[in-house]
Design a protein around this ligand. Structure first.
Ligand code: AMP
Length: 402
């Protein structure tokens, strides 16, 4: 059997097909520019001999229904999928599950309605997800659709971590609280960290750092999330590619009152023009690393602010957890930027956090341990794999239901 994972956005659908027997990814790709005059279809797959193949096409893809239909047609044409009956489930990534969903769910009308209810909390993401879910259910009624939420892993946070210090009615009536995101990634790397540490996840205390274009940190006690850096939306917390992360909440008020910006203008400024891009004009960490090495001051400052914030979160989560077995770096930056890892861990030897400089500088891919041997806190690099985690959770959910 196979699992198809869909990540449906407003105008694109990313997909990946997994074989359940060995969790091998046998095909992946995307349809993009849905609704535009010319859409795009990309497919990478392994042929019968295990050789990688690729196909790309430009064609009109007017709706999400056409997009998913094209994905299934091209998967079948490539031989990666014989027929829809091979699918044990379709796993859908959903960014926001509100406070309702702490687990993946097989989609029925009630689940779809609940996801609809949290659209105001994720207006850029949940409508696209809902479009993909509705089409998958309509086109393939015999294949269970399973939704896996970015927020679910963080539902174990206590109110002391998830409530804001604002009037109670904003929580009770408007659901304004911290939810956290990237949960599928934090959960995946936490499980892999437990394997690397040789301990059951239920005994592991971890600080997981997902550092990509979006970035978040989580504190995990005994395998469960007790705090995370993103909040009501993915804007709170660490410095990101174009998002500011933590700022004084009075800054948006100041912008509204003094710069003549409206709400959309402030949203645009803090979500799309801030973060690394806002500080140094570039949001690609590879480029920032290069510029800083050449003495570029804004690039150096961007790294400085990013790692200063990271270190604050590591310290805060260490204090919350009391004992830390491992710090895990993941995401494009966490997996690849030696500078970011080195500067966020620098000076923490008294806490048992000590990077091996040579191991950190080595440019190798894959899971690895970078801490000085014998130190208390392991420092791990674990490439994330959210699609694989969604596929596994989708199969487990379907198996549990039957
Ligand atoms: P993600 O969102 O996880 O795909 O991560 C994207 C970020 O990872 C971008 O800021 C990239 O510049 C960064 N990145 C990818 N490869 C490297 C690398 N070799 N060194 C530093 N940063 C990298």
């Amino acid at each position: 059997m196979k699992i198809l994972v869909l990540n449906s956005g407003s105008s694109s659908i990313k997909y990946q097909l997994f074989r359940c027997a060995d969790w091998q990814s046998i095909a992946s790709g995307l349809v993009a520019r849905i609704g535009e005059a010319e859409g795009e279809l990309k497919l990478h797959w392994l042929d019968a001999n295990g050789q990688p193949q690729a196909r790309q096409a430009s064609l009109p893809i007017p709706t999400h229904e056409d997009g998913i239909d094209q994905i299934l047609r091209s998967l079948c044409a490539s031989g990666a999928l014989t027929d829809v009956s091979e699918l044990a489930a379709i796993g859908h990534r959903v960014v926001h599950g509100g406070a309702t969903f702490a687990q993946p769910m097989i989609v029925d009308d009630d689940v779809e309605a609940e996801i609809q209810k949290v659209v105001p909390l994720a207006p850029l993401h949940n409508p696209g997800h809902l479009a993909g879910i509705a089409v998958a259910r309509r086109l393939f009624p015999s294949v269970p659709s399973v939704v896996v939420f970015d927020t679910a892993f963080h539902q174990t946070m206590p109110p002391t971590a998830y409530r804001y210090a604002i009037p109670e009615f904003l929580y009770a009536e408007h659901r304004i609280r911290r939810y956290g995101f990237h949960g599928t990634s934090h959960h995946y790397v936490a499980k892999r960290a437990a394997v690397m540490l040789g301990q059951p996840l239920e005994q592991c205390n971890l600080i997981t750092l997902h550092l990509g274009n979006g970035a978040s940190a989580s504190a995990i006690r005994a395998g469960q999330c007790i705090d995370t850096s993103m909040g009501l939306t993915p804007l709170e917390g660490l410095v990101m590619g174009t998002r500011c992360g933590d700022i004084d909440p009075a800054v948006p008020i100041y912008l509204l009152k003094n710069l003549g910006l409206d709400a959309d203008g402030v949203d645009q400024l803090l979500n799309r023009q801030s973060g690394l891009l806002g500080i140094c004009g570039v949001n690609d960490m590879r480029e920032i690393d290069r510029l800083a090495a050449d003495g570029n001051e804004p690039a150096e400052l961007a790294i400085g602010i990013t790692t200063h914030r990271l270190k604050k979160y590591i310290g805060a989560y260490y204090a919350e957890l009391g004992r830390v077995d491992a710090i895990v770096f993941t995401g494009g930056i966490g997996e690849n930027s030696a500078v970011i890892r080195q500067r966020s861990c620098a000076g923490l030897a008294r806490l048992g956090i000590e990077l091996d400089a040579d191991a950190n500088a080595e440019r190798i891919a894959g899971e690895r341990c970078l801490s000085v041997s014998g130190t208390e806190v392991s420092i791990l690099v674990i490439p994330t794999n959210e699609e694989l985690e969604i596929a596994r959770q989708a199969l487990a959910t379907v198996a549990a239901a039957s």
